[in-house]
Design a protein around this ligand. Structure first.
Ligand code: SF4
Length: 331
């Protein structure tokens, strides 16, 4: 069950006495965010808005939405990073999953005995890392936890940022991800090219994600080769506040033009196949917003992410694209 740090929210409201507040969180915890919103409006008798658009990460907090509403404080829930106040009037609130990993951790000790592994997870299970490390160590598994960097805590990854995993690449045999997220675990497998297992406490099962990750890579590589034949490109800048990457968009435009390609610039908030279908005369797209839009979705035409775009340029220059995903940050 997801537990939101409501005490912190109530304390902030008591101290700052806002006229109205807004709350948002990832889709998976929206029902809990709604419950918290009801408690706030009953306890403080102030307008409490649930911002129900997506918020995929701290790159995408919809703070503009909160400003348009005129909310005095926005509580963004469930994107724990190593800082609490992200921008003025926007407070990051912890939400953790209270599910226990003891049973599933014990279940995989035989399989991992004698190996050196690194434990990694997302924000909602960070508090379980020490406990699982203890179980593993007591059962003959050597555990390493990678150091956090940028917004990441020790052992934490985002869908496009893997520093704690990448720094241990040469020291471990495999990664073990705590949680249910194929999304995060496949990113680890792709960025490290090492076996990666998911410890799923809900299904009480251990599953390897390596093959699934390789399928994502095959699809991504195919899109790069298809794009290499394109004559006209659309380079898309993302309009979400933390995904604006104009500098890279302009650089890739220049680089593609040098290779004889035609390039038009676009800007979009949500990059979906439906939106792209409206754009005519474009053979392939490059989007510099969220890399996972390209790797995890289906599009009619090639839609490349930043690491794929860099690989495309290499193909156009007859260079090798080996290991194009094997970098700690895909932006
Ligand atoms: S994977 Fe996408 S949504 Fe997640 S942190 Fe990276 S850019 Fe943001």
């Amino acid at each position: 069950m997801i537990v939101i740090d409501e005490e912190r929210i109530f304390k902030e409201i008591e101290e700052k006495d806002p006229a109205s507040v807004s709350l948002n969180g990832p889709d998976g915890i929206l029902p809990q965010v709604q419950e918290t919103a009801i408690k706030i409006s009953e306890k403080f008798q102030i307008p409490t808005y649930v911002l129900a658009d997506t918020t995929w990460g701290t790159c995408d907090m919809n703070s503009m939405g909160s400003k348009v509403l005129g909310a005095d404080i926005q509580f963004n829930i469930g994107h724990t990073i190593n800082t609490e106040v992200y921008e003025k009037n926007l407070i990051l609130i912890d939400a953790y999953d209270d599910v226990e990993f003891d049973s599933v951790a014990k279940k995989c000790t035989e399989m991992l005995k004698g190996k050196v592994i690194s434990l990694v997870t997302d924000s909602q299970h960070l508090h379980q890392v020490d406990k699982v490390e203890k179980i593993f160590t007591e059962n003959g598994i050597t555990v390493k936890i990678g150091k956090g960097k940028g917004q990441l805590n020790d052992g934490q990854v985002f869908g496009c940022e893997f520093y704690p995993a990448s720094e241990l690449k040469k020291e471990v045999d495999a990664y073990v991800f705590l949680g249910q997220s194929n999304f995060h675990a496949s990113g680890i497998a792709l960025s490290t090219n090492l076996p990666t297992y998911i410890l799923d406490p809900y299904f009480n099962e251990v599953r390897e994600i390596t093959e699934f990750a390789q399928k994502l890579k095959k699809k991504a590589t195919l899109a790069i080769y298809k794009a290499a034949d394109a004559k006209s490109f659309g380079v898309i800048v993302g309009l979400k506040e933390g995904q604006l990457s104009k500098v890279f968009a302009l650089k890739i435009k220049k680089d593609l033009e040098k290779e004889g390609k035609k390039v038009q610039l676009f800007a979009l908030t949500d990059i979906t196949n439906d939106r792209l279908r409206n754009l005519k005369g474009i053979d392939a797209f490059i989007q510099v917003a969220c890399p996972r839009i390209s790797t995890d979705n289906q599009f009619d035409k090639p839609v490349l992410s930043t690491p794929q775009a860099n690989a495309l340029l290499k193909i156009l220059r007859n260079e090798s694209i080996d290991g194009y995903f094997e970098i700690p940050h895909w932006l």
